[in-house]
Design a protein around this ligand. Structure first.
Ligand SMILES: [Cu+2]
Length: 129
């Protein structure tokens, strides 16, 4: 229970601070669609992300979605972790080497961080317009 509380505090801090990933590197044109690779289901906004040795590939960027569009994010981590989509509060357990996919309908507009709870990495930011 204690760990949960600490996590909530961390999320609040990240949300307040706007967090590092909102740096100008992520606003560069040409960077924005880096993570939006081939969609497994037509019409979905999809990102395929690998976490290996504490690094995120492709480097954390934007995944753009239209309001009402389905977003799917597939993550493969080399360590056990927990995936969390902020705002939508979608979570998934990550098991080493096993791709896990979260899928949700983007019915709220805004920018939502997708992070890992154990390694504290921001994997991608979902921008819903
Ligand atoms: Cu979180």
């Amino acid at each position: 229970m204690r760990g949960r509380g600490v996590c909530a505090v961390l999320i609040a801090v990240v949300a307040t601070a706007g967090c590092g990933p909102l740096s100008d590197t992520h606003h560069r044109p040409g960077n924005s669609h880096e993570v939006a690779t081939a969609a497994p289901v037509p019409g979905e906004a999809h990102a395929e992300i690998t976490v290996e040795a504490g690094r995120v590939r492709p480097p954390s960027g934007w995944l753009e979605a239209a309001r009402g569009q389905t977003v799917s994010i597939t993550v493969t981590s080399d360590v056990p972790d927990e995936l969390h989509v902020h705002g939508y509060d979608v979570e998934a357990a990550l098991r080493p080497g096993e791709p896990a996919t979260v899928r949700f309908v983007a019915d709220m507009t805004g920018v939502f961080e997708v992070e890992t709870h154990n390694s504290h990495l921001v994997l991608v930011q979902v921008a819903v317009r």
